[in-house]
Design a protein around this ligand. Structure first.
Ligand code: HEM
Length: 508
């Protein structure tokens, strides 16, 4: 008797819950197509089986499923955008709707829970931080004010290379470029060399490694078990604590130096940090610029500004050595423009006609987009894009790497041909949706000027002063072009070359 009552009760509950779900059923969404999904892991197997490099895997999948493709990466509904038209819809037509960043657990830890600029939610705080960064830190005038630093660091790089050339040695150009960009950026940031630089770089790179792969905690954000099993957020927290400690130390030392020397130092070597501390003192911002906010901003700027430029410069030299005719043309241009000089300055560069050099940089940014999926965005309100419904909360990846290599938009798309930009008006402003190395719309990169400035003089100098040879037995076609895992598509294998001095630098 008891059993019969129980059975009827259970039946009633099932029928009622079915009825409720029918009555309150939401209209079925017309989601973009995507590969078939498995329970729990969703479409992860499609991504990891195709290529360890997620943007390559997503390009292959998009060829089957289209330029707006929905994936389920564990619990995370992810829209992958793979054509200029679709990118324009997201970053222009619906720019405000997609102006949030998607933040996973690991990135959340690293970005102080999104209280920074790069991963901050779209809103008043983000707007104020972005305004300071655009108007005060990365303006054309500020970037120019760092030109002596760039000249100085370029001269050091050239001297080191000349010494290796004299010894007939090969150099690890990837490492040398990375050191050059880091040294330059640190001086631009704090106005001088920094004794904590190595310690900071170690913590920073360990932190970045935690974001390089799909991790358990990030794929299953609602699962407590996965949060416990996933180690990435915990490791990221350790790094973030080290980074915070170092940056706080630098802040207090910089404040002390500013107080001691008054306005004079601020005028002489006002690095990005000095500017922020001055604004903090003036208390002129509508939101308080606390030390914690300054730490978050400095972490952002270093993260966004250093590896992007060194990666690009390394790819440029890689493509030049693989394409001897392009190398010869670029060298002929700079050697003609700066004939007789023992060092090139930024003033020289500004007045010379080095058009081809600029095309070389552009072509490297096309073929090797340093941030291949841009930084993930998030849909703020359910909306319709190209006839499909995109639910609120969907994470959005724009595969600019795939777009920049799509033969539909680029002739000989896989070839390194700077000439392709000769007659085009494609620039870095994010208005040509087939070429978006710096992104587009409200969240586009505010650091393009500084990023390019940190590469241009060094590149001109590398090409002017040196001929470049491969180690014996290696042919140009053997130089590999595989990328390492990570948010930034750096070259997997270091570039090893042999510099031969052509025009000796001053004091060599
Ligand atoms: C070759 C050099 C660089 C490249 C290729 C690059 C690329 C990018 C890309 C693709 C984004 C995401 C844009 C989007 O989501 O639409 C971005 C964001 C950002 N970049 Fe850069 N970047 C470079 C240099 C720099 C430099 C030197 C700085 C500053 C020191 C910088 C600061 C930022 C910031 C703050 C953001 C976040 C903007 C926001 O979310 O509002 N970048 N960058």
């Amino acid at each position: 008797m008891d059993k019969a009552v129980l059975a009827v009760g259970v039946l009633l509950i099932v029928v009622l819950s079915k009825l409720k779900s029918l009555l309150v059923a939401k209209p079925k969404l017309n989601l973009p197509p995507g590969p078939w999904a498995l329970p729990w892991i969703g479409s992860i197997h499609h991504v990891v089986m195709s290529s360890p490099l997620i943007y390559r895997a997503m390009r292959d999948l998009a060829r089957k499923h289209g330029p707006l493709m929905m994936l389920h990466l564990g619990e995370v509904r992810t829209l992958v955008v793979s054509s200029p038209e679709a990118a324009q819809e997201i970053m222009k037509t619906h720019d405000v709707t997609f102006a949030d960043r998607h933040m996973n657990a690991t990135v959340g830890v690293l970005t102080f829970n999104g209280t920074d600029l790069v991963f901050g939610s779209y809103g008043e705080r983000w707007r104020q931080l972005r305004k300071v960064v655009v108007l005060e830190l990365l303006s054309v005038a500020r970037v120019q004010s760092f030109r002596r630093i760039r000249e100085d660091e370029t001269a050091r790089l050239v001297q080191k290379l000349a010494a290796s050339a004299r010894a007939g040695a090969t150099v690890n150009l990837s490492k040398m470029i990375s050191m050059f960009v880091n040294d330059t950026f640190v001086r631009e940031s704090i106005g001088s060399r920094c004794k904590y630089q190595d310690e900071y770089l170690d913590a920073f790179h360990t932190a970045v490694r935690q974001t390089s792969a799909l991790t358990l905690a990030d794929l299953f954000p609602s699962s407590r078990l996965m949060q416990i099993l996933g180690t990435a957020p915990r490791k990221a927290l350790e790094c973030r604590n080290r980074i915070t400690r170092i940056l706080n130390q630098i802040i207090s030392e910089t404040m002390e130096a500013m107080d001691k020397q008054g306005d004079q130092t601020a005028q002489q070597v006002e690095g990005l940090l000095g500017v922020l501390l001055r604004i903090q003192k003036e208390a002129s911002m509508p939101i308080p610029l606390t030390n914690d906010t300054i730490v978050a901003l400095m972490f952002d700027l270093f993260g966004a500004g250093s590896d992007t430029s060194s990666t690009t410069l390394t790819w440029i030299m890689t493509e030049l050595i693989r394409n001897p005719a392009v190398m010869a043309k670029a060298q002929a241009e700079v050697r003609d423009a700066f004939k007789g000089k023992t060092a090139i300055t930024e003033d020289d560069l500004a007045t010379a006609d080095v058009r081809y050099l600029k095309l070389v940089i552009k072509e490297a940014l096309r073929l090797h987009c340093p941030v291949p999926l841009l930084l993930p965005r998030q849909c703020r309100e359910t909306c319709q894009v190209m006839g499909y419904d995109i639910p609120k909360g969907t994470s959005v990846l724009i595969n600019v790497w795939a777009i920049c290599r799509d033969p539909k938009y680029w002739e000989d798309a896989e070839q390194f041909k700077p000439e392709r930009f000769e007659k085009s008006n494609l620039d870095y402003k994010g208005t040509n949706f087939e070429f978006l190395p710096f992104g587009s719309g409200r969240r586009m990169c505010p650091g393009a000027n500084l990023g390019v400035a940190n590469m241009e003089l060094a590149l001109a100098s590398l090409l002017y002063h040196f001929d470049w040879k491969l180690p014996s037995g290696v042919e140009p076609k053997d130089v590999d072009v595989w990328e390492a895992l990570g948010l930034i598509a750096s070259k997997k294998q270091d570039l090893i070359l042999h510099p031969v001095t052509r025009f000796a630098p001053a004091n060599a």
